[in-house]
Write a protein that binds this ligand. Structure first.
Ligand code: SAM
Length: 226
């Protein structure tokens, strides 16, 4: 039953990718990304009472006013990041741990940060119970990235920032990408793809209008709670 539902979810993702092609420039996602979406058990990342809706192609509440993102958006953001097997990735906004789990199937290591401690604890437990040992989790304010682990081959931010945090740009390696929703809370936000070239120049493009929960914390100074 669950594998049927997961296949249905994959078809929904394929349909929405084709439908949004003119905006995103990609009518389909890479086979590796789709394989990760097929193999990671999404039902393990949603609260018990939402398991029946786990494969619905929309966001779901995970407690503390936060959400697990829509499967299509997870697939799109993963595809935009263009993850490679040897990559070291930073995710800001662990939430349920689902996006980190998807990335963990595609790269060497995922470093994921979450500002709400109970969410981080639950996500870390889920990831470890599934044996996803290449995900490192910590509580902290992602506005400042993770300087001790920088720099990264890719950064994915799963909460909307009013502006791109400069620390995250600094923590990108030359040649690396960042995928981030930018805009005001509960207002228009744009999913952006940034690339840092070999000389450190940044280019960016708007990919799609989206709605994410806000990036909280303090953009002006360190707010880590470790
Ligand atoms: N990637 C998540 C998943 O797969 O379930 C979905 C994340 S949810 C849309 C956004 C998350 O970002 C929330 O859990 C929220 O607490 C977290 N967040 C918001 N501001 C943050 C910050 N400054 N640093 C780290 N995490 C933050």
């Amino acid at each position: 039953m669950r594998s049927t539902n997961r296949k249905q979810m994959l078809r929904e993702i394929e349909r929405e990718a084709a439908y949004t092609r003119s905006m995103t420039g990609r009518g389909a996602f890479s086979p590796a990304v789709m394989k990760a979406m097929e193999t990671v058990p999404r039902e393990r990342f949603v609260p018990e009472d939402a398991r029946l809706q786990a494969f619905y192609n929309g966001p779901l509440p995970i407690g503390h006013g936060q959400t697990i993102s829509q499967p299509y958006i997870v697939a799109l953001m993963t595809d935009l990041l263009d993850p490679q097997p040897d990559d070291e990735i930073l995710e800001v906004g662990t939430g349920s741990g689902y996006q980190a789990a998807i990335l963990s199937r595609l790269v060497r290591r995922v470093n994921t940060m979450e500002i709400i401690e109970p969410l981080l604890t639950r996500a870390a437990d889920t990831l470890s119970s599934l044996g996803y040992t290449n995900v490192v989790c910590r509580v902290g304010d992602g506005n400042h990235g993770w300087p001790e682990k920088a720099s990264f081959d890719g950064i994915i931010v799963t909460a909307a920032a009013p502006a791109i945090p400069p620390a995250l740009i600094d923590q990108l390696k030359p040649g690396a990408r960042m995928v981030i929703p930018v805009g005001l809370p509960y207002y228009h936000q744009e999913l952006m793809l940034l690339e840092k070239d070999e000389t450190g120049e940044i280019s960016s493009k708007d990919v799609l209008g989206v709605v994410f929960v806000p990036l909280t914390g303090n953009p002006a100074r360190g707010g880590d709670r470790e």
